[in-house]
Design a protein around this ligand. Structure first.
Ligand code: A2P
Length: 280
């Protein structure tokens, strides 16, 4: 197996690469185009952006300039808190598509749960999917409680839940809940924004396999069956992060990595964002 051929089947029948590329904080047209080019060459096919990142137009220009075949690329964007609500969601997704220079996204995510427009936003998502503007619909930063609440009124359930997930925040109960409900968990900041790379246990496991700590963490995600979207703006690291398909972690090594969990978030607490209706 390699990164390019490793696709997961979603509950709606569509397929999604298990390993994708995160574009958070990739700014400026030249950096964007070079980064997407390096990632494509290394085998990445999933590119993950968001209205909040402010770089959808650069992504669109890069994909066009590089002439990457649209049907080979899996494109994700996310609706920002300020754009939630039925009408605003529809309007903002159309604006995103214009910036991305495409007729559809492969995956549309609600970026954060907020109470103000919780059900209306999802109703818009279902309609956008029916209209073909999004092939698959999902959520991001939803905890079990948000997924259960959404299910009380949704006609379709999210097929992906993108959450902060890394060895310092393993979220095992949520992973099990998602698995049980055929929701693919997707890890954002799969490397914990670099905070975990210096851990001795990771260095030891990495040395034993002739790999780097980053590769060990990504392999841990792979073997956990979750999707993950590492990012880097350096070609060597982009390639390195895709080169994780030629070694295997033992059960004991997986458990040693699990044991690093200390409930450490680098991002916001979803429950507070829900209550505030915005980033705080
Ligand atoms: P850079 O872009 O300078 O390479 P996360 O995906 O968890 O948010 O972490 C992303 C951070 O980790 C980025 O700052 C990125 O920096 C860094 N990074 C990505 N890949 C690697 C790697 N293979 N080794 C070390 N650092 C990495």
């Amino acid at each position: 197996m390699n990164i390019k051929d490793n696709w997961l089947e979603l509950a709606d029948g569509n397929k999604m690469p298990q390993e994708g590329f995160g574009l958070y904080k990739v700014d400026g047209q030249e950096t964007m185009t070079n980064t997407i080019k390096d990632a494509y060459m290394a085998g990445y096919r999933l590119f993950d952006t968001a209205q909040l990142y402010g770089n959808e137009a650069e992504v669109g220009t890069a994909l066009k300039d590089l002439q990457l075949p649209r049907n080979e690329i899996f494109l994700t964007t996310k609706v920002a808190e300020e754009n939630q609500g039925y009408e605003q969601t529809i309007k903002s997704v159309k604006a995103s598509l214009t910036k991305l220079q495409t007729d559809y996204v492969d995956l549309l995510l609600v970026h954060w749960p907020i109470q103000r427009a919780f059900f209306e936003t999802w109703r818009a998502f279902e309609d956008l999917k029916s209209a073909g503007l999004a092939k698959s619909i999902g959520v991001s930063n939803y905890q079990m409680i948000h997924l259960q609440y959404l299910a009380t009124k949704a006609h379709e359930l999210p097929v992906v839940d993108q959450i902060e997930l890394h060895p310092l925040l393993t979220q095992k109960p949520l992973l099990k809940f998602n698995r049980d409900h055929r929701i693919i968990t997707q890890a954002w900041s799969p490397l914990g924004r670099g905070a975990v790379l210096g851990e001795e246990v990771l260095k030891k496991i990495a040395a034993a396999h002739g790999k780097s700590p980053a590769q060990v963490i990504l392999r841990w995600h792979l073997q956990n069956g979750v999707s993950f979207i590492p990012k880097s703006i350096h070609a060597a690291r982009i390639a390195q992060n895709a080169d994780i398909y030629d070694f295997k972690l033992s059960e004991s090594e997986m458990q040693q990595i699990d044991a690093l969990n200390n409930y450490q978030r680098t991002g916001r607490e979803p429950e507070l964002t829900y209550e505030y209706n915005r980033q705080y």
